[in-house]
Every structure is written in structure tokens, then in C-alpha cells.
Design a protein around this ligand. Structure first.
Ligand SMILES: N[C@@H](CCC(=O)N[C@@H](CS)C(=O)NCC(=O)O)C(=O)O
Length: 211
């Protein structure tokens, strides 16, 4: 049995949750309560010594790193969301990497400081927020242009790259990212959020904490 360790407020973990649903994998899902420090308990550190979600266990195999886990689940299920053809696969990888480095990273700078810093007893760092917003003003237009010309990031087929994008965009409202310059991205995202693989996880980001 495939086991996944996730948390619905973690965008890397949501990548794994969404992927498991999108490919129809039969998984045992463990929600790790980060607020209660469950990710630092000996039981969880035995699964991921880095003390982070997501993680996966498949028999003796234990994995961390969301993108690795997404690919593993898709390949294990022989899903075309991560194509076998190396050229199609390379396009999916290209866009997954773009999303992870140029969107999820900067979103993380803003999300940590606007959402989690005070909860952890830290003062939000406005300079880091502004740096994240600066980077997003460069990367969100790239995605806006891409989705104006292409149904999905890697071409005309839905793929793991689109799941990564959907997850990366999740905190937009909660962390007050101004999405008004990106109407194509936001309409595309609404369509994804109506799909069963998304709805199986939650109705929207923050639902679990009453937002
Ligand atoms: N590069 C990792 C990032 C994982 C990560 O940073 N997870 C965060 C939640 S978004 C976490 O578990 N943080 C807890 C901690 O570092 O104490 C991935 O893609 O899976």
C-alpha cells in the first residue's frame, strides 16, 4: 500500500495529494499536523529525516521531495500525466521546474511571512515579502502568456506541470497576491479547482482552517 504524508496548507504536499487523486492511486493518506509539531516526532523523522511534508512510503521505499514523489506516483500508476515519450516528458519537466522555482519559491517567501511567521513567534520580514512579489511580477506574466496560447502548460494535454501550478497558486487570496493582471491564469485555475482530483482534496485552500 502506498502511503502519503501531507498537509493541506503545504503547497508541496498538495502537489502529492492532487497527483495521487489525478492518477487514481490507491493511497493511505496521513495528514501531518505541522502546527502541533507532528513533523518533528521520532515516528515522522523515521520516514523523512528532514522533518518536512510531503513524504511517501511504498514498502521499503521512502521518498521526500514533492516533484520526485509526483513523478514516482504517476509512473507507478502508468499515468500519461507524466508521459513516457522523452520529448513530451521533457516539456512537462521544463514547466514543472519553472513553476517550482519561479512561482512556488517566491510564493513561499510571501506565504511564510504573511501567514506563518507570527504563528511561529517570528516578526514578518517585509523585505522578503517585497522580494517575493518582485519575482512574481516577472514569472506570473510568463504563465499568463503561456496559458493564453496553450490549453495546458506543457501543451494540449493536462500533466503533472498543471498540478504543480494549481498547487503553487493555492495561497493567492490568503496571502493577498494581486492576481488582477493575470486573468487567464486565474480563469484557468478556477477550471482546475472544479475538477474531481482537486475537489477530492478540498473545496479551496484554507478551508481546513476555516478561511
Ligand atoms: N522541497 C520540498 C519542500 C518541503 C517543505 O518545505 N515542506 C514544508 C511545508 S510547505 C515543511 O514541511 N516545513 C516544516 C519544517 O521545515 O519544519 C518539497 O518540494 O517537498
Amino acid at each position: 500500500m502506498l502511503e502519503i504524508y501531507v498537509n493541506p496548507l503545504s503547497t508541496p504536499a498538495l502537489c502529492v495529494d492532487f497527483t495521487a487523486n489525478a492518477v487514481g492511486a490507491d493511497v493511505e493518506r496521513h495528514v501531518v499536523n505541522l502546527a502541533k509539531g507532528e513533523h518533528k516526532t521520532p515516528d515522522f523523522l523515521a520516514i523523512n529525516p528532514l522533518g518536512k511534508v510531503p513524504a511517501l512510503r511504498d514498502g521499503d521505499l521512502v521518498l521526500s521531495e514533492s516533484v520526485t514523489i509526483m513523478r514516482y506516483i504517476a509512473q507507478r500508476e502508468h499515468s500519461d500525466l507524466y508521459p513516457v515519450d522523452i520529448q513530451a516528458q521533457a516539456k512537462v519537466d521544463q514547466w514543472m521546474n519553472y513553476v517550482i522555482h519561479h512561482l512556488r519559491g517566491p510564493y513561499g517567501y510571501v506565504q511564510f511571512n504573511r501567514m506563518f511567521a507570527r504563528l511561529l513567534g517570528e516578526e514578518p520580514n517585509e523585505a522578503v515579502i517585497q522580494f517575493g512579489l518582485h519575482l512574481l511580477r516577472q514569472s506570473l506574466p510568463v504563465v499568463e502568456r503561456r496559458l493564453a496560447e496553450s490549453a495546458f502548460l506543457a501543451g494540449d494535454k493536462f500533466s503533472l506541470a498543471d498540478i504543480a501550478l494549481t498547487a503553487a497558486l493555492e495561497p493567492t487570496e490568503l496571502i493577498q497576491i494581486d492576481a488582477s493582471p493575470y486573468p487567464t491564469v486565474m480563469a484557468w485555475r478556477e477550471a482546475r479547482r472544479a475538477e474531481p482530483w482537486y475537489q477530492a482534496v478540498h473545496t479551496h485552500f484554507g478551508a481546513e482552517i476555516g478561511q
